[in-house]
Ligand binder design. Structure first.
Ligand SMILES: NC(=O)c1ccc[n+]([C@@H]2O[C@H](COP(=O)([O-])OP(=O)(O)OC[C@H]3O[C@@H](n4cnc5c(N)ncnc54)[C@H](O)[C@@H]3O)[C@@H](O)[C@H]2O)c1
Ligand SMILES: O=C(O)CCC(=O)CC(=O)O
Length: 345
């Protein structure tokens, strides 16, 4: 994978990356927010642009993926350029999964999907995920300037989504010392940058450090198997349509509190990264300081949904350092639903 990381890289670096991959007809994908940037990218590509498709939707419903595959076939595209957050990258991955078309990713959030071979599709209110090397973008163009438009709370929740990748990578069954170093550094970079971004969303330096952190955390997600936290967030997003980054931000301290007794080395790394004695408490209080939603109830989940979420989560296996029974899942989700402090304080 090639990575370009430069303020002002977009649009000019995109045609270079497309040419390096010897692509002649790329389909540019985006959502409504990213239309202006996507149009600038399409214009910079000249004849190498075969069309623009602005249909991305969170969690990639299969019908939305079908339309994008159709658009790529009609345009006789030989590649895709994804301009946007994880939803747009996810749509490009759905196209790649079906057609094998290579992806150039231009991320505009901190979700990190551009660094992973993980795809996700939602069908019949159930989100499925899988891994396939052909969905890993071949080239990524990071431009911190594209993230300046993310509002303070959106930036903070997106950053917490990235931190969650690193936290679960630290205790993943297939983690390595190198992944742990990247995870620790990714958490350190984001935890320092996010309060600065919330205080001044136009600050280039903090935006740059946050995107660097997101790159690291996304790479950790790509390299390891995620656990209970990602499992619960997939259920809450896929089955209850809860907003992705906000859900990660609320759930993370609760799952870490549950896993804490089983993951001493991960906690030690987080203590170093966050420079605090209690990472669970710190992640919860960081959320408060950043002004992000505090409970799943705030995000629209009802108390009755908690039991259904437990059933759906129990339906598919996932890796986790501490086995979780139905009662455990109910307790974790209930605390996250109510917005209770995860450390019982
Ligand atoms: N496969 C993976 O490895 C992976 C990793 C992380 C996330 N994801 C998936 O990505 C999706 C979520 O991605 P996301 O959190 O980036 O959200 P998103 O892409 O849905 O974006 C959230 C909102 O922010 C807007 N937006 C995007 N960039 C913006 C910017 N720079 N300024 C202002 N608004 C902007 C979008 O238009 C959208 O309305 C989920 O479906 C999640 O499962 C996948
Ligand atoms: O939904 C996907 O594309 C997979 C998502 C994933 O594993 C990371 C996340 O949920 O943030």
């Amino acid at each position: 994978m090639r990575v370009v990381f430069r303020s002002g890289a977009v649009p000019d670096a995109v045609p270079d990356e497309v040419a390096l991959l010897a692509l002649c007809r790329v389909l540019v994908l985006c959502d409504d927010h990213g239309l202006d940037t996507a149009r600038a990218v399409a214009a910079s590509l000249g004849d190498a642009c075969a069309g623009l498709h602005a249909g991305a939707v969170t969690h990639v419903p299969v019908e939305v993926a079908d339309l994008a595959v159709e658009a790529a076939r009609e345009a006789r595209a030989d590649g895709c350029v994804a301009v946007g957050g994880g939803s747009v990258t996810g749509l490009a991955k759905a196209v790649a999964l079906r057609t094998g078309l290579p992806i150039v990713a231009v991320p505009t959030t901190y979700a990190g999907s551009e660094m992973t071979p993980v795809w996700g599709l939602t069908e019949g209110a159930v989100k499925r995920t899988g891994r396939d090397p052909k969905v890993l973008p071949r080239s990524v163009v990071y431009d911190p300037l594209l993230t300046l438009t993310m509002p303070p709370v959106g930036s903070a929740t997106s950053g917490m989504n990235a931190i969650a990748h690193a936290v679960e990578a630290l205790y993943a069954p297939d983690s390595t010392p190198i992944v742990s170093l990247m995870a620790e550094e990714g958490v350190r970079a984001l935890a320092a940058a996010l309060p600065e971004i919330v205080a001044d969303p136009s600050g280039h330096d903090a935006r740059s450090r946050a995107l660097y952190g997101a790159w690291l955390c996304g790479a950790c997600l790509g390299a390891t198997t995620m656990g209970l936290h990602h499992k619960l967030c997939h259920v809450l997003g896929g089955t209850f349509d809860l907003p992705h980054a906000e859900t990660h931000a609320v759930v993370l301290p609760h799952v870490l509190a549950f896993n804490a007794p089983a993951v001493p080395e991960a906690l030690a790394a987080l203590r170093r990264a966050l420079d605090v004695p209690d990472p669970v408490r710190e992640l919860h209080e960081l959320g408060e300081r950043l002004g992000i939603p505090r409970s799943l109830a705030d995000l629209g989940l009802t108390a009755a949904d908690v039991d259904r979420a437990v059933d759906v989560a129990l339906g598919a296996p996932y890796a986790n350092p501490r086995p979780a029974s139905a009662d455990d899942l109910r307790a974790v989700l209930h605390a996250a639903w109510a917005g209770e402090p995860p450390y019982g304080g």
